[in-house]
Design a protein around this ligand. Structure first.
Ligand code: SAH
Length: 241
């Protein structure tokens, strides 16, 4: 069962966890209870989740909930995924350290920071200019040098740096955007939430020998992927399938 200790600490805020070490403790608790105890055993993924200061990626008013077991608002109507989902998606990409990774939906840059510790290079695409520039500044300030934020419709991928060993989409798509499959390298992994706007399935698609193999990993709920192969601005209506 999910443990809610960190959420409780942060929602009442009464411990005044304003020092770095309290955040580090909260993060250690998050990694142990929310991630490792729920079945993510890759030490590299656990170390990356322990390393990235999630509280510096959320809006100031949510700092004390940064290590809670929940998604959080990051501005512009968008959310940073729940810590377990960030870790599970990173784990599903099976990164060894040398890969070129594409993330669609950079948002705050948090997931990109986690991926940057697991791969060689990360390109993260974001449509919302305000979020893209904030993420770019934040990542530079924190020293994540192998991540690049690009402002574009990521449902088209980012063809100029293709092929990618791994592609992660952190917004829910109506169907799998064909350009993303095209931009996968041989043996490459695409992890993407697909389904209706209220509920999606997290799919992992592996490209091999000219074909693809697809498996369903988790039920999930993400904010909508917009753009050419995403939903229309009004998330009730699909434009892409
Ligand atoms: N991974 C982010 C959170 C993702 S929220 C983090 O760690 O903070 C989903 C993001 O996808 C939002 O910021 C939204 O603006 C963005 N998005 C939606 N459609 C997109 C598209 N077609 N291309 C790029 N980004 C998109």
């Amino acid at each position: 069962m999910p443990q809610r200790g960190v959420a409780q600490m942060s929602s009442n805020g009464s411990r005044g966890a304003s020092t770095g070490s309290n955040f580090e403790d909260a993060r250690r608790e998050m990694v142990a209870r929310q991630i490792r105890d729920r079945g993510i055993h890759s030490q590299r993924v656990l170390d990356a989740m322990q390393s990235v200061p999630r509280h510096l990626f959320v809006l100031p008013e949510h700092v004390f909930a940064a290590y809670a077991d929940e998604p959080l608002p990051i501005g512009e109507g968008q959310t940073i995924s729940q810590p377990f989902m960030v870790a599970a998606m990173a784990d599903a990409l099976a990164l060894e350290g040398h890969e070129r990774v594409l993330e669609i939906g950079a948002g705050s840059g948090y997931q990109a920071a986690v991926l940057s510790l697991l791969a060689g290079e990360v390109i993260a695409v974001e449509t919302q200019p305000v979020l893209a520039s904030a993420a770019r500044e934040r990542l530079a300030h924190l020293g994540y040098a192998n991540v690049r934020i690009e402002e574009a419709d990521g449902s088209l991928g980012w063809p100029s740096a293709a092929p990618y060993d791994a592609i992660l989409v952190t917004a829910g798509a109506p169907s799998v955007p064909p350009p993303l499959v095209e931009q996968l390298a041989e043996g490459g992994r695409l992890v993407i939430p697909v389904g209706r706007s209220e509920q999606q399935e997290l799919l992992r698609i592996v490209k091999r020998d000219g074909g693809t193999n697809q498996e369903s990993l988790y039920a999930c709920r993400f904010v909508p992927l917009l753009g050419r192969y995403g939903w229309r601005q009004d998330p009730q209506e699909a434009s892409g399938g």
